[in-house]
Design a protein around this ligand. Structure first.
Ligand SMILES: [Cu+2]
Length: 183
C-alpha cells in the first residue's frame, strides 16, 4: 500500500469518528448547539379578569433551564412566578393548574434553594408601564423526559402580588393573573 493511500484511509477514519461523535452528542438536536433542548415558546393567557399577556421561552442548556421573555399588562412592582403541577389553564382563575410543582417534602421558598418547591421561580418586576422582562435560570428542573424534574406537561403561572418566599404553601402571592401550559 502506498504512503499516499495510507494517509487518505487514515484521514477518512478521523472524519468518520468525528462525524459519529458529533451525531451521538447532538442526539437529533435540530437547534444547532450541543446539549440544548428548545426553545419551547408559550403564550400567557390572561386570568382572573386581568389583562396580563406575554410570551415566554424555555431552553435547556446543559443542566440549566433558561426562562426568558416579556410580560405586559401587569401592575408596577413584583409578581410571583411559579411552575404549577397541572398542564391546565382552563379555569377562569387558573385554579386548574393546581399547586406548585414540587418533590415530596419540599416547602415554599426562594428560587435555587434546595428545600424550596422545584417550581418556585421567585418574582418578576414590572415597571411603571406594566412590563416585566423575564430572565430566570434554574438548575433544579429540566425539559427532559425525567418525570421527577421535567417541567414539560406542567404550567407556568404569574400572580397579582409579590411572593414573600415564606408563607405556605404559595408565598401569599395573590390571585393567578396569567397562565400558560408548557407542552
Ligand atoms: Cu403560583
Amino acid at each position: 500500500m502506498s504512503i499516499k493511500k495510507n494517509i487518505i484511509i487514515g484521514m477518512s477514519g478521523v472524519m468518520i469518528s468525528f462525524l459519529t461523535s458529533c451525531s451521538s452528542k447532538n442526539e437529533k438536536n435540530i437547534w444547532g448547539s450541543k446539549n440544548q433542548t428548545g426553545p419551547i415558546s408559550v403564550t400567557l393567557l390572561p386570568k382572573s379578569g386581568s389583562y396580563t399577556t406575554g410570551t415566554l421561552s424555555f431552553t435547556q442548556e446543559g443542566k440549566i433551564v433558561r426562562i426568558s421573555g416579556l410580560v405586559s399588562g401587569l401592575s408596577p412592582g413584583l409578581h410571583g412566578i411559579h411552575i404549577h403541577e397541572n398542564p391546565d389553564c382552563s379555569a377562569d382563575d387558573a385554579s386548574s393548574a393546581g399547586q406548585h410543582f414540587s418533590l415530596a417534602g419540599q416547602i415554599h421558598g426562594r428560587l435555587g434553594v434546595k428545600t424550596s418547591h422545584l417550581g418556585d421561580l421567585g418574582n418578576i418586576q414590572a415597571g411603571q408601564e406594566g412590563q416585566a422582562i423575564v430572565s430566570i435560570t434554574s438548575d433544579r428542573v429540566s425539559l427532559g423526559s425525567d418525570k421527577q424534574r421535567s417541567i414539560r406537561g406542567r404550567s407556568i403561572v404569574i400572580h397579582s402580588q409579590e411572593d414573600d418566599f415564606k408563607s405556605q404553601p404559595s408565598g401569599e402571592s395573590g390571585t393567578r393573573i396569567a397562565c400558560a401550559v408548557i407542552p
